[in-house]
Design a protein around this ligand. Structure first.
Ligand SMILES: Cc1cc2nc3c(=O)[nH]c(=O)nc-3n(C[C@H](O)[C@H](O)[C@H](O)COP(=O)(O)OP(=O)(O)OC[C@H]3O[C@@H](n4cnc5c(N)ncnc54)[C@H](O)[C@@H]3O)c2cc1C
Length: 391
């Protein structure tokens, strides 16, 4: 995005990437349909960025969900709004969009250099890269860094830039997993029986936050969209207390009173599982969770069982490692850059994307903030170059 903006200002652009090809994480995002942005009122949209919303607001207001859709259209890729407000390309793929985008950048004059791992600056201010041919240096008038966070390092963003920026005095915060799964100490039976099972139409509550949606049982615990939405407070609680207890409402459409009445209906000769299935509709993984978490005596008490169905306590014992998370929190502190996204400690160096210290749930917010800050950093660099020329 920064390259696109700079090219539009007539600035010559070289794009460098450590990997053999560009946009590997973007392509990975395409595997789940490429949720580009989110269609919702602007005020709601910005709240998704929590503590960083004020800092991100100018960039996102300058390149919002509508702009992203129009931009995608301009690349020949139409988008649509899904029922949850999530915006996807109609083909649910990242590769055609990336291909069109790179073609457009190349046509506009961008020179692309892959297998160039940036390692810092030489004494004379040139960018230094490790390449298969050894160290290569490039002198630049301005530099935009968009080096990503530190999740899924095999896709290229390994966070090693943090040490380099620390050496030039930039303020950074340690990386933490964001939109991550959590470990649950499942019994061997549950672990064997339910991995990969989606738990649909549930409400998850934690620390006064309620999320309606679905999640997935994994061999090690839980993951998926509803879990990711709560992953920041859950992660922080685990950091503080070593454990976090999530409450699951397995029957959001029924009140406790209704459940008590349903469960109290005559069971006859039916097994408890059959009875529960018939009177509450709880089957499969939901029934499995109830068995996994509730002590046997609870099943003999309709009131307690109903309360458990409405607020089943699921203990999370650890956050999954950063390398597995969808994104990362932490990175370059906003205090470390000015309103043009230029490093305060190094003139002419601009930063954008997930490498900045913000986090947001899944839902298209991550790519939106990356696109928007990329454009803002590109505009900032173009302005700074123009001012320098005037001087
Ligand atoms: C499985 C998965 C699914 C996702 N799905 C979605 C989704 O549907 N919607 C959404 O909004 N977000 C999604 N995301 C998150 C989104 O992909 C990222 O937030 C976004 O790609 C970050 O963009 P970025 O440009 O800041 O960093 P990246 O996309 O990580 O790009 C950074 C680039 O910098 C390069 N690099 C790093 N260090 C160096 C170095 N020292 N020298 C040279 N090059 C370097 C890397 O090789 C990489 O190509 C998903 C993430 C994952 C892992």
């Amino acid at each position: 995005m920064a390259a696109e903006v700079l090219l539009s200002h007539g600035v010559g652009v070289d794009v460098f990437d450590a990997m053999p090809s560009l946009g590997r994480k973007f392509l990975m995002a395409g595997k789940s349909g490429l949720n580009l942005t989110h269609n919702e009122p602007k005020a709601d949209f910005l709240t998704r960025f929590g503590a960083a919303q004020a800092q991100l607001a100018p960039a996102i207001e300058g390149f919002d969900a509508d702009s992203i859709r129009a931009w995608s259209d301009s690349q020949g890729i139409e988008t649509f709004v899904g029922s949850s407000g999530r915006v996807f390309p109609t083909n649910f793929k990242a590769a055609p969009l990336l291909r069109a985008w790179l073609h457009q950048l190349r046509t506009a004059g961008a020179r692309i250099h892959v297998r160039h791992k940036w390692t810092g600056w030489s004494e004379d201010g040139a960018l230094k890269f490790d390449t298969p041919e050894g160290e290569v240096r490039h002198m630049t008038d301005a530099t935009v860094l968009a080096l990503g966070g530190a999740s899924w390092p095999k896709l290229g963003s390994d966070g090693t830039w943090m040490a380099v920026l620390n050496r030039v005095g930039a303020q950074t915060r340690p990386f933490k997993p964001a939109n991550s799964g959590f470990d649950v100490d499942w019994s061997p039976h549950f672990r064997e029986r339910f991995p990969g099972e989606p738990v649909k139409s549930v409400v998850l509550s934690f620390a006064e936050r309620r999320v309606e949606g679905e999640f997935v049982v994994s061999e090690t615990g839980v993951e998926g969209s509803a879990i990711y939405t709560l992953s920041a407070p859950l992660r922080d609680a685990i950091l503080k207390d070593d454990v976090a207890t999530l409450l699951l409402d397995l029957a959001p459409d029924r009140s406790i009173e209704r459940l008590v009445a349903d469960i109290s209906r005559p069971r006859g000769k039916r097994s408890m599982s059959n009875h529960l299935r018939r009177v509450t509709g709880l089957t499969g993984v939901k029934a499995g969770l109830l068995r996994e978490i509730c002590a046997a005596e609870i099943f003999a008490d309709p009131q307690k069982l109903a309360e458990s169905i409405k607020a089943l306590p699921l203990q999370l014992s650890a956050t999954r490692p950063l390398a597995e998370a969808i994104s990362s929190a932490g990175g370059l502190a906003f205090d470390g850059v000015d309103e043009n996204y230029m490093l305060r400690t190094r003139e002419g160096v601009f930063c954008a994307g997930e490498m900045l210290d913000w986090e947001a749930p899944t839902g298209g917010y991550l790519l939106t903030a990356c696109f928007a800050t990329g454009r803002a950093a590109g505009e900032g660099a173009a302005r700074w170059l123009a001012q320098r020329q005037e001087r």
